[in-house]
Write a protein that binds this ligand. Structure first.
Ligand code: COI
Length: 351
């Protein structure tokens, strides 16, 4: 057990929030969990009101980018219990990111107790309305007060919550990116590190000005093999087979991606994790074999791709009511909210 010092808010913001109309990433819950690493060990565990934190201008993460994060969700069940979806898988990935970025490991006890304590104190923020959930954002930043370029000695680990609804309100229009690069072999593409998201902004902004929701990244050398979308992993359905780009260093190992693979296999689909090229997708499309494209992520859930543009070619797939994306999305949502049996043991009970 870790000893968490709790300093609760005097005035909750809860009553100011319209839970029937949540915009992703805007409505932060009342508290934040914080812990410090002093070069040797973790301590100073505290929960305090969510809000600005005094930080030194020379804080190393702000200059040299040693910053990693995770995203997961807590759900309210019909029995009024609260549970977090697959937190240990996020912890595993966070520690892989930490290793790649020369940061200290996050102990399981601190991660889980921090998450649960935050969910307990902010439990009213876990709304069961519509698609709502409490998005949980653990993050780790280098906190040396120094200009030297080297792994920081000191770190801060924090977790805050954000009341969220759906991330996308319609099937996606996606541009296959053939000029800019998000990651390359030997780089940090697989790590959930802040710089990957910064690196993606420019190409995404261009695509959004052109009317797209997202870009679909391709490999850095030939711009031929498909990787991932800005906020999610990619799946392609050809009949009873699902194909998803393999995670061999340049693609984030999505927890929702893994859940989709397991659920689809359970429904009798063959799942291929492999290199998949844009040429294959174009060929499947012209042969009339391309049944579905969809994206998966914690924030995005499972969302269909209605249009994919590659250079001068447009692939359109009309969204269907009985698409596998919709079936999997509702199955996964039911599991997260305990409306369906959790056959894989994915839910971690909080209350
Ligand atoms: C998530 O899905 O949790 C992410 O971190 C992606 C981000 C676009 C919110």
């Amino acid at each position: 057990m870790i000893d968490i010092h709790i300093n609760p808010v005097i005035q909750s913001r809860f009553n100011t929030v319209d839970f029937s109309n949540l915009v992703f990433g805007k409505e932060f819950s009342d508290h934040i969990f914080i812990a410090d690493f002093d070069g040797n060990s973790w301590g100073n565990y505290r929960i305090q009101p969510y809000g600005p934190i005094p930080l030194s201008p020379s804080l190393s993460c702000m200059h040299y980018g040693q910053a990693i994060f995770e995203g997961m969700k807590a759900f309210r069940t019909e029995k009024n219990e609260i549970q977090i979806f697959r937190p240990l898988d996020n912890l595993r990935r966070m520690n892989q990111s930490a290793e790649r970025m020369c940061m200290p490991f996050i102990p399981e006890e601190m991660f889980m107790e921090g998450l649960k304590a935050l969910c307990r104190i902010d439990q009213k923020w876990v709304s069961s309305l519509n698609d709502n959930a409490l998005y949980l954002r653990p993050f780790l930043i280098a906190s040396d007060d120094s200009l030297g370029i080297r792994p920081s000695q000191n770190y801060m680990f924090m977790i805050y919550g954000c009341a969220v609804g759906g991330y996308y309100s319609e099937p996606l229009k996606v541009k296959v990116e053939t000029h800019y690069v998000r990651s390359c072999q030997g780089g940090v593409g697989e790590a959930k590190t802040a710089g990957n998201y910064a690196a993606a902004l420019y190409a995404t902004q261009i695509a959004q000005k052109e009317g797209y929701h997202q870009v679909l990244w391709t490999d850095a050398f030939e711009h031929k093999y498909l990787e991932e979308l800005g906020s999610s992993n990619l799946f392609i359905r050809i009949g009873k087979t699902l194909i998803t780009p393999s995670t061999t260093g340049t693609v984030l190992k999505g927890v929702t991606r893994d859940s989709v693979i397991k659920l689809a296999q359970n429904l009798g689909y063959a799942v291929e994790e492999r290199a998949v090229s844009i040429d294959e997708v174009l060929a499947w499309n012209s042969q009339g074999k391309l049944d579905e494209l969809f994206a998966t992520g914690t924030a995005a859930s499972i969302i269909g791709i209605a249009q994919l543009d590659y250079k001068e070619t447009t692939i359109c797939i009309a969204p269907k009511e009985n698409s596998l994306a919709k079936i999997l999305n509702s199955k996964l949502d039911n599991i997260k909210r305990s409306k369906e049996e959790d056959i894989f043991g994915w839910n971690e009970k909080v209350i």
